[in-house]
Design a protein around this ligand. Structure first.
Ligand code: SF4
Ligand code: SF4
Length: 127
């Protein structure tokens, strides 16, 4: 049986002109994972945009997107990165599902809106 979603590690969701924002706790986790101080993480990898703290964008992708096409901080990546593309907005909005599936090639071509909703409801994103 085909899976409704299986990440193809294409890296598309790690590219763009900005990234998701991080919480202070997520920054601490990244610092611990890389054995660096929070201050070093902030200056080397993060950018402040008003009240939002984001990851820097380098060459059109998140600074943590590695040359191997994988996330360099996968075990501690921010919650929105772990959640994507199974975003709860899908549950309320069929158009959100259509937009997300257009952006992400990991969904099976035959997956229905109901399949996606079921998967979103059944998926946990915790550490
Ligand atoms: S766009 Fe979809 S398939 Fe590609 S890396 Fe992101 S989640 Fe995986
Ligand atoms: S933290 Fe990892 S998963 Fe999130 S955008 Fe950066 S490279 Fe991609």
């Amino acid at each position: 049986m085909k899976e409704t979603f299986s990440c193809r590690c294409c890296g598309h969701c790690c590219h763009g002109t900005s990234t998701v924002s991080l919480t202070p706790r997520e920054i601490e986790r990244i610092a611990a994972h890389l054995s660096l101080t929070v201050e070093t993480i902030r200056s080397r990898y993060l950018v402040q945009k008003g009240i939002r703290t984001e990851m820097k964008v380098v060459d059109g992708h998140c600074i943590f997107f590695g040359e191997d096409g994988l996330c360099a901080i996968h075990p501690v990546k921010p919650f929105p990165c772990r959640q994507w593309p199974l975003h709860p907005s899908i549950l309320d909005d069929r158009q959100a599902w259509e937009a997300i599936r257009t952006d992400c090639p990991g969904f099976d071509q035959d997956a229905t809106y109901e399949d996606a909703c079921k998967l979103v409801r059944n998926t946990r994103h915790g550490y």
